[in-house]
Unconditional design. Structure first.
Lengths: 186, 375
């Protein structure tokens, strides 16, 4: 099961209802959170992806299990988050992070990680970082990555403030990664 | 304003009669790009339904008021929603009942011509998919060639004409659509024929369709003669009916020729295709009327909606029959081929009897254009 913040049951509904319901449900999803939509209509696969693109949300992916499609969409507000300024001073390129052999910390949501991450990357979603920092060594080299470098920028700052000494923010992030992806979906 | 439900049959009349029509296709852009309702005098706008959830005000200027407007989607639900919204905005519009799914399934039977002794030959035009099936009838008997899977259309037609279906043929193992041949033979007691060279993997019994086989329809003998014509598949077989019609299967179309790669053997079969088109067919009478198993573009339809043309005219006009250089021909039919039809491997397995998907799954497999040709 992939972790999502909000779930929507659209099983048994024919087009256009899965999207009508998704649009409505998105109103109650906070920015950056992931909505899981369960649908049985095959058309929902292409249409939810196209709709997400139209309105600017991030379509993470979908998987089928027993005739039910599980779709994952992350709510985005393009103007705000995508072009946010990155302030953490220590950065590394995707390539530098990969060849370093050091820990790569992926702070995207669990669903984003499940649908494709750098092999070996450790997953701690941004929202859980404060509670789970103790899973990491304060003095080890950690390359923090997200999709576009914004969340990882905030995570890097948070870690540095907590006393971590060897943190780098990876840019451009997963949007610029074209290598092999490890997946946790079928 | 009221919203009218249009049937696929009504839309087919618009296509065949070359009427003006405006289609607002509310499927996503990829689906529209790949496959739509084609008509000579149709205009289109593609706006996905999910961009109209907040209203249709913005698109009203794009919707004409001086011709019939049809809203189309995949199954019908979204087109009803959009049609209702347009109706509330004061527009008179219709939607396609059953959506593209019903369009893909609709067959229009059109008479191609008369056969000797009062016989008749019908072409069943599947406009949405470009498939063509045939029924020859004479003196209470019928033969069917390349039937698509909507078998009741054929059995009902035979009932209406008061004829008994005796022979059911497939010119080859189809890769773009699911054959209805075997099922028709089962329910009517007719004999089902397949070319043995295409049927090596089939898991049911069939009668071998081999070069030179002839069957008669009715007592006064309308002859249906088989002519081995490989190239699209290794078993592909053509038919000459009543000395007047040449049914070419997927070997020769009106504006294109068959592709040799759908069973994965383009390089092996290109020589056969060349031999069939440039040697075997050349020995036939030029006045034969060619009746293919597919059409790809609306320009291949005649004014009456049939897809048929004199063989001699095709020798003169069809590009695929006029490539003198053998190497150029080889490259034309093996390089840069169009994408293969949707689910073509699964469709071949269904036609071999290896898998038996339910009706919905079959519909899903057949979505999209047929793509059996190279131009």
């Amino acid at each position: 099961m992939i972790k999502a913040d909000v779930q929507l049951d659209a099983k048994g509904l024919a087009c256009p209802m899965p999207i009508v319901k998704t649009k409505k449900a998105m109103n109650d999803v906070a920015e950056g959170q992931v909505l899981e939509i369960q649908a049985t209509d095959k058309g929902s696969v292409a249409d939810l992806a196209a709709w997400s693109k139209t309105v600017g949300h991030q379509y993470i992916g979908s998987q089928e299990d027993n005739g039910v499609f599980y779709h994952y969409i992350r709510k985005c507000n393009q103007e705000a988050s995508e072009v946010a300024e990155k302030t953490f001073a220590y950065t590394a390129t995707n390539e530098e992070a990969i060849v370093s052999g050091a820990t790569i910390l992926d702070v995207r949501e669990a669903a984003e990680y499940a649908f494709g991450h750098i092999p070996g990357a450790v997953s701690i979603p941004m929202g859980e970082l404060a509670q789970r920092m103790n899973e990491l060594q304060q003095d080890e080299a950690i390359y923090v990555i997200c999709r576009t470098g914004t969340r990882s920028d905030m995570a890097a700052q948070q870690l540095a403030e907590a006393g971590f000494t060897n943190i780098k923010n990876v840019l451009p992030g997963m949007v610029g990664y074209e290598g092999e992806l490890a997946k946790e979906v079928n | 304003m009221t919203v009218t439900a249009w049937t696929a049959a009504q839309v087919a009349r618009k296509v065949i009669d070359n009427k003006e029509f405006f289609i607002l296709d509310v499927r996503n852009a990829d689906a529209f790009e790949e496959w739509k309702i084609d008509g000579h005098n149709f205009d289109y706008v593609n706006i996905p339904y999910f961009e109209l959830l907040d209203g249709v005000e913005e698109i009203l200027p794009q919707i004409p008021t001086d011709k019939d407007v049809l809203v189309v989607c995949a199954k019908e639900g979204s087109s009803i929603m959009v049609a209702d919204m347009l109706s509330e905005a004061g527009r008179e519009v219709g939607y396609l009942a059953g959506g593209m799914k019903s369009w893909s399934m609709y067959l229009e039977p059109i008479k191609v011509g008369d056969l000797a002794n009062g016989g008749e030959l019908y072409q069943f035009v599947r406009l949405g998919k470009g498939c063509l099936s045939y029924m020859a009838i004479s003196e209470g008997e019928a033969a069917i060639i390349d039937a698509v899977r909507f078998t009741e259309v054929f059995t009902k037609f035979a009932e209406d004409k008061d004829v008994q279906i005796k022979h059911v043929f497939d010119t080859h193992l189809h890769a773009d659509h699911i054959s209805g041949g075997r099922h028709i033979a089962e329910v009517t007691g007719a004999t089902y024929y397949l070319p043995p060279k295409d049927a090596e993997e089939v898991v049911f019994d069939y009668a071998p369709l081999e070069d030179g086989l002839t069957v008669n329809i009715g007592s006064s003998a309308i002859e249906v003669g088989a002519l081995y014509s490989p190239g699209h598949t290794i078993g592909s077989t053509s038919f000459v009916i009543d000395g007047k019609y040449l049914l070419t299967g997927d070997i020769l179309f009106i504006d294109s020729i068959g592709r040799p790669d759908l069973a994965g053997l383009a390089e092996d079969w290109v020589g056969d295709l060349r031999e069939t088109l440039y040697a075997r067919y050349r020995t036939l009478a030029e006045d034969l009327i060619v009746l293919p198993a597919h059409f790809m573009i609306m320009d291949e339809l005649n004014a009456d909606g049939t897809v048929a043309k004199r063989l001699g005219d095709l020798f003169a006009e069809n590009h695929g029959l006029n490539v003198e250089d053998e190497e150029a021909f080889r490259s034309m039919v093996t390089d840069n081929l169009p994408p293969q039809p949707n689910a073509y491997q699964e469709i071949r397995h269904v036609n071999m009897g290896k898998i038996t998907p339910d009706n919905d799954e079959q519909t899903e497999m057949e979505i999209g254009p047929n793509r059996c040709a190279v131009r």
